[in-house]
Design a protein around this ligand. Structure first.
Ligand SMILES: [Zn+2]
Length: 71
């Protein structure tokens, strides 16, 4: 498992939000609150990889996960 500490902050406790991935999914959330949201990697790739431009829209993914987290 890979773990990334992010600049996003948890609106509930103020802690840093983290991104954790396993084989099929990406989890985004707060360790202190034990609150996480999940997206399948397949979905993310389909929506955020621009094959023609060979770019990955990382900030788009983060924005979506953050919205999911706070809603
Ligand atoms: Zn929190």
């Amino acid at each position: 498992m890979e773990e990334v500490v992010l600049t996003y902050r948890c609106p509930f406790c103020g802690g840093a939000l983290e991104l954790v991935e396993d084989e099929s999914s990406v989890w985004f959330g707060c360790r202190r609150c034990m609150r996480y949201v999940k997206r399948e990697k397949r979905q993310i790739v389909k929506r955020y990889v621009d094959y023609r431009g060979r770019r990955f829209n990382w900030s788009g993914v983060m924005a979506e996960l953050y919205h999911l987290y706070i809603s």
